[in-house]
Design a protein around this ligand. Structure first.
Ligand SMILES: C[S@@+](CC[C@H](N)C(=O)[O-])C[C@H]1O[C@@H](n2cnc3c(N)ncnc32)[C@H](O)[C@@H]1O
Length: 407
């Protein structure tokens, strides 16, 4: 029966008000639940647990399918990539890129090692001191040191130090340079000899150039070139401190270098790159580098590599070493393959670097020359070194080879 008493409108209003309030409370309750759910999903512990369970599921996918599981490999990888991106704070597109290089399990190992610092390494400068003297001086200053590795005669790993090792009197006197283990490898591949003409095309701040001068025993000619004038002060200061007497510091765009000087016995191209192998040193890389950056820089790297080859003395079968501190295939194997297609060069082994992983012969739909196995890849999770790529080329003849097929 309809309520037509005088109080009816007031009661109806009150009822409506109560209903509205109840509805609002329910809405808030729903939102809080949704937020809690979302927070829980992003909770690092839960994300990590999901990563582990997805890796487990991928390992036993066939068996799980037989037992009735219905998730596809693609959907597991999709969730894994999203979780890895949130857990390690890498852009999602970078995680996708790493998943084209590594298996899912290895990708997790790589990311985990990538965000942890690498050991501090002193490269002893044999132009001024012996390794045992450097070691003794550092120990006296409260450092704990050990030889870097069997492949290095000059590296010292500094495990603990009570003093800033970049400011000791021995450092200032040029007895050693702080240089990561991986950074020393391109120079070992180049193998410069006393009396030779050596070019480093992208040399600032001079870490690798000074190592070249050391192996050349300060005999020969060393050109340390870099595009960026503001970086030259650091190069000059380092070369001076380390007692290098054979270097000229030059400021040219490396792409135009063959028009400036040529006829070098060996050329090192330690190319500008995205730095995807050295994220621990610069954490901003993981949240800012994009796949578009990789493409752009690969274009520059190809131009620089052709210029490095053209700066060599083709008659003397010159040597070019190409290196980057990136792990992307686009900046490494693809750049070298471009040079193989455009110039008369072949990839040769870098014997000193046998311990590292071989370059890729394929990645996704890309195929590379079989000799790419002579290139070397270094990773934080396998070698406790920066992510690096090193490839040694021998120049076979004059430029502009028009290849029809890969031989
Ligand atoms: C990876 S760093 C070189 C590090 C150096 N080899 C060392 O060991 O100390 C790359 C260098 O390339 C230089 N660079 C960038 N574009 C260049 C270009 N077009 N020509 C020459 N140098 C360039 C940058 O200024 C940067 O110093």
């Amino acid at each position: 029966m309809a309520d037509d008493s005088p109080e009816a409108p007031a009661r109806a209003l009150e009822r409506a008000g109560k209903l509205k309030k109840q509805q609002q409370q329910e809405d808030v309750a729903v939102d809080v639940a949704a937020l809690e759910e979302e927070d829980d999903r992003d909770d690092p512990q839960r994300v990590w647990a999901r990563v582990q369970s997805n890796l487990e599921e991928l390992t036993h996918l066939a068996q799980k399918r037989r037992e009735g599981a219905t998730r596809s490999r693609a959907s597991i990888i999709e969730e894994l990539a999203a979780d890895l991106s949130s857990y390690y704070e890498f852009l999602r597109e970078l995680v996708d890129l790493f998943l084209t290089i590594f298996s899912p399990h290895e990708c997790v190992e790589f990311l985990d090692a990538s965000v942890k610092p690498r050991p501090v390494v002193a490269r002893c400068n044999t132009l001024k001191a012996r390794r045992k003297d450097v070691a003794a001086a550092l120990v006296k200053r409260g450092c704990t040191v050990e030889p870097l590795a069997a492949w290095s005669k000059v590296g010292l790993k500094i495990n603990r130090s009570d003093v800033p090792v970049g400011a000791t009197p021995e450092y200032l006197a040029g007895w050693y340079m702080l240089q990561s283990a991986a950074s020393q490898c391109p120079v070992l591949a180049l193998d410069p000899k006393p009396g030779e003409r050596i070019l480093e095309l992208c040399a600032a701040p001079g870490g690798k150039s000074s190592y070249c001068a050391q192996l050349m025993k300060n005999q020969g000619v060393l050109i340390a070139n870099d595009l960026k004038r503001d970086r030259h002060k650091a190069t000059t200061a380092n070369l001076h401190r380390l007692g290098v007497k054979i270097a000229a510091v030059v400021c040219q765009d490396g792409r135009a270098f063959p028009g400036v000087m040529g006829g070098f016995d060996r050329v090192l191209l330690d190319a500008p790159c995205t730095g995807l192998g050295v994220c621990a040193r610069d954490p901003s890389i993981q949240g800012s580098r994009t796949v578009e950056d990789v493409k752009k820089i690969a274009h520059l790297q190809k131009e620089l590599l052709l210029a490095a080859i053209d700066s060599c003395d083709a008659k003397k079968a010159g040597v070019v070493v190409y290196s980057t501190c990136s792990v992307s295939v686009e900046e490494n194997e693809a750049v070298v393959q471009y040079a193989l297609d455009k110039r008369s060069v072949k990839i040769v082994p870098s014997e000193a670097l046998d311990f590292a992983r071989p370059g890729f012969l394929r990645c996704g739909s890309r195929r590379f020359h079989p000799s790419m196995a002579n290139a070397r890849r270094f990773y934080p999770h396998t070698h406790n070194m920066d992510g690096f790529f090193v490839c040694k080329l021998r120049v076979l003849g004059k430029k502009d080879k028009k290849r029809k097929s890969r031989d």
